[in-house]
Design a protein around this ligand. Structure first.
Ligand code: ADP
Ligand code: NA
Length: 333
């Protein structure tokens, strides 16, 4: 029925940021209902690779589901569920732990970043093996495309390596070689305080990010205080070379408005950030306020969220289970 199958997930390890929205959720919504089968997940098993307060994890998982729904994800068009509800993820993850090599995991830059300056010996084994479980998340659906932000590119490449090694080791043509889909103006939204760091829910500075649930005046204040330079804006994006913070704000404006970056600069050329920032703040508030209002409305009825996820899990399981069974058969189990 479908020629493409899309899978992607987000960790329920904290509130959603503008980076998650522009780099992931907004694009997930754009892909649904285009003759593409879309499967989206809250990857709670990835979240526990670092310790999570159990009550907070439960709340954040529902909040993330509310975020997906509020941003326009439609359960009649997309499958939405929690990773831990479909045990085929963990089961295929184990098989892939036996296919992937320690050296491959050691080369993951996210692993190196997360453990740099710390004692890697004290990290969980799960944090190290995380990309192998991510490969299982994708391949247990034979997904052909994975929309992600730039920070996940290496993990999707590892997914391709695992599929190819499995196919080679067992002399089969079973797992597809999945394509990462990293497109748009906001594949890497940067911190508002430091143009060299990506915007992240795990950054200790709240001023570094815009949260989907921030109030309008908080959003405006954070954008006003965002680090920039004193130069006026040029008339083309190429001329922003070397101005990381300026580029980031223009990228965000383009992604939120649906305009090209050059069209944005066409509008602001010659003006400084004193003129640009209030316009960006208005645009961000207008885009995010309806989502956060809808999120709070959905959070009033957690049973309804759980019902949607339960239905999604059944649909996901119906696709994943036969692929897992076939994998076991190929492996000799
Ligand atoms: P985080 O990095 O905020 O903890 P996740 O690791 O759960 O979020 O990532 C969820 C999705 O959001 C991934 O597709 C990731 O690439 C995307 N993403 C996260 N941060 C950003 C960002 N700053 N810019 C663009 N996309 C991002
Ligand atoms: Na990430």
């Amino acid at each position: 029925k479908f020629t493409q199958r899309v899978f992607s997930g987000i960790q329920p390890s904290g509130g959603l940021t503008l980076g998650n929205y522009l780099g992931a959720i907004k694009r997930f919504v754009e892909m649904q209902g285009q003759g593409i089968e879309t499967i989206y997940c809250m990857v709670d098993m990835h979240a526990i690779t670092v310790w999570q307060d159990p009550e907070a994890l439960k709340r954040q998982t529902r909040e993330l589901a509310a975020g997906y729904l509020a941003a326009g994800l439609d359960p009649s068009k997309s499958i939405l569920f929690n990773q831990s509800q479909v045990s085929a993820h963990a089961e295929l993850g184990w098989v892939f732990n036996c296919v992937a090599r320690m050296g491959w995991m050691n080369r993951m830059t996210q692993w190196k970043d997360k453990t740099s300056g710390k004692d890697a010996e004290k990290s969980s084994l799960g944090l190290f093996a995380y990309p192998s479980l991510m490969a299982a998340d994708i391949l247990v659906y034979h997904a052909t495309h994975v929309p992600v932000g730039e920070d996940q590119k290496q993990h999707v490449e590892l997914t391709r390596d695992i599929a190819a090694k499995f196919n080679h080791d067992y002399k089969v043509d079973f797992f597809p070689i999945t394509n990462p889909v990293i497109e748009g103006s906001a594949t890497r939204v940067m911190s508002l305080r430091d143009g060299t760091k990506k915007m992240s829910k795990s950054d200790p500075s709240d001023a570094s990010r815009i949260n989907l649930t921030d109030e309008a005046d908080t959003i405006a204040k954070k954008i006003k205080k965002a680090k920039t330079d004193a130069e006026p804006l040029p008339d083309s994006f190429d001329a922003l070379e070397g101005r990381a913070e300026a580029k980031n704000l223009v990228n965000i404006y383009a992604a939120l408005s649906g305009m090209t970056k050059d069209a944005v600069l066409g509008e602001f050329a010659g003006q400084g950030f004193g003129a640009f920032k209030p316009r960006l703040a208005d645009l961000a508030v207008a885009s995010l306020a309806p989502i956060s209002t809808e999120m709070s409305r959905l959070m009033q009825d957690p049973a309804e969220i759980d019902r949607i996820l339960g239905e999604g899990a059944d649909k996901a399981d119906a696709i994943a289970r036969p692929i897992l069974e076939k994998t076991y058969d190929i492996v000799g189990m």
